[in-house]
Design a protein around this ligand. Structure first.
Ligand code: PLP
Length: 394
């Protein structure tokens, strides 16, 4: 008997998601009865607001259980287009909106629509873990620009200019950022986008956390920066993080018409529409404005309180340095002073103190931790006590 042939190039080149792996390990320990404090969660700890669940249930009862249009049900695409107009003055037609099975898949479709083998895609690090792997699956090559805490983890126009080569095809930006929580000002991002436009790059603008934002920070819709930016920008957003709907699997893309058409074609052959009745829940998240606003304010109030608490406590630990990020639900402290690699730091932290955190190197930035504060206040408090003890022991 001969052994079966090896797996594909794609299968052999892809790495599994390290954030999901840490989260799974923490959940397994909890299931085994261990008292684990997890800072690894990549999702809000709130339930989906009731009116959204009700709308989905109603859709089920109404028999919305069949295939729907590939890019999403029309009322949802209309509502999303209307929201872009209201929030940012970004006027697009519903045909430029594509609803996909999760924002993760929206990102992947955006990359597949414009990247080919031989292309390069510029990704500022720290980056969201899936971007480089998705780029590799398209056959293109990810190239990285390290943006550390000395520049608030932000890319600059100069750094972008220096990273561009004749093969550069796309820039991926995530604002507010997962994993750092950093939020660019409109001026900062406009300077970057001007360089991208000058070099005729496509821009994948991941605006998943546009509404999870604190203090006086504001989200920027990259496509509204200039007509040239609009022609080149694929905007990804969604319901998962904002409305605590991670399990629903609904992401959105807004893109210039020819790109939107390509996204729909690829989606039509690889996944078809997002679960039909789930889309009616998403529709209620947009149309039942007052209820949604109330739920969002409740979540933001808790996140903001925890953000400030975690930031203060982290900086009280000798050897830890942490910026106060203004978006998402992550802080990204620098722990490089302890003389351990971040991987070792996280492994020992989990082993000795039952505290789960994701090492910065998973996001292309060695020497940091990603701590999610989308977790109960008591867990945060207990986790910080343990982390403080751990750091003291090093
Ligand atoms: C969570 C997340 C997504 C995708 O979320 P889905 O759960 O697939 O909707 C996309 N980008 C970033 C940066 C994220 O954190």
């Amino acid at each position: 008997m001969t052994t079966p042939q090896p797996l594909s190039t794609w299968a052999r080149n892809i790495s599994p998601s390290p954030t999901l792996a840490v989260d799974a390990k923490a959940k397994a320990l909890i299931a085994a009865g261990e008292d684990v404090c997890s800072f690894a969660a990549g999702e809000p700890d709130f339930d989906t607001p009731q009116h959204i669940k009700d709308a989905c249930e109603q859709a089920l009862r109404d028999g919305k259980t069949k295939y729907a249009a590939t890019p999403g049900i029309l009322p949802l695409r209309e509502a999303i287009a209307g929201q872009y107009a209201d929030d940012y003055g970004y006027t697009i037609s519903p045909s430029q909106v594509v609803v996909s099975p999760g924002g993760k898949y929206s990102c992947y479709l955006g990359i597949l629509a414009v990247c080919s083998p031989g292309d390069e895609v510029i990704i500022p690090a720290p980056y969201w873990v899936s971007y480089p792997e998705m780029v590799k699956l398209s056959g293109a090559k990810p190239t990285f620009v390290l943006c550390d805490d000395t520049t608030e983890f932000k890319l600059t126009a100069e750094k972008l200019e220096a990273a561009i080569t004749p093969k550069s095809r796309m820039l991926i930006l995530c604002n507010p950022s997962n994993p750092t929580g950093a939020v660019y000002s409109r001026e900062e991002i406009a300077a970057i986008i001007a360089v991208a436009v000058k070099h005729n790059l496509y821009i994948l603008s991941d605006e998943m956390y546009e509404r999870l934002i604190y203090d006086d920070a504001k989200p920027t819709c990259v496509a509204t920066l200039s007509p040239e930016a609009a022609e080149r920008t694929i905007t990804v957003a969604g319901f998962s993080k904002t409305y605590s709907m991670t399990g629903w699997r609904i992401g959105t893309t807004a893109a210039p018409a020819p790109i939107a058409k390509a996204l729909v074609n690829i989606q039509s052959q690889t996944s078809s529409n997002v679960t039909t009745f789930a889309q009616y829940g998403a529709l209620a998240a947009i149309t039942e404005k007052e209820k949604t606003r109330a739920a969002l304010i409740e979540m933001l109030t808790a996140f903001d309180r925890r953000r400030k608490y975690l930031h203060r406590e982290l900086n009280n630990i000798s050897g830890v340095n942490c910026l106060l990020a203004q978006g998402a639900f992550y802080l990204f402290p620098n722990v490089s002073s302890f003389g351990l690699s971040d991987l070792e730091f996280c492994e020992r932290l989990l082993e000795t103190e039952n505290v789960a955190a994701v090492p910065g190197s998973a996001f292309g930035a060695e020497g940091y931790l990603r701590l999610s504060y989308a977790t109960a206040d008591e867990t945060l408090q207990k986790g910080i006590e343990r982390l403080t003890r751990f750091c003291g022991s090093l």
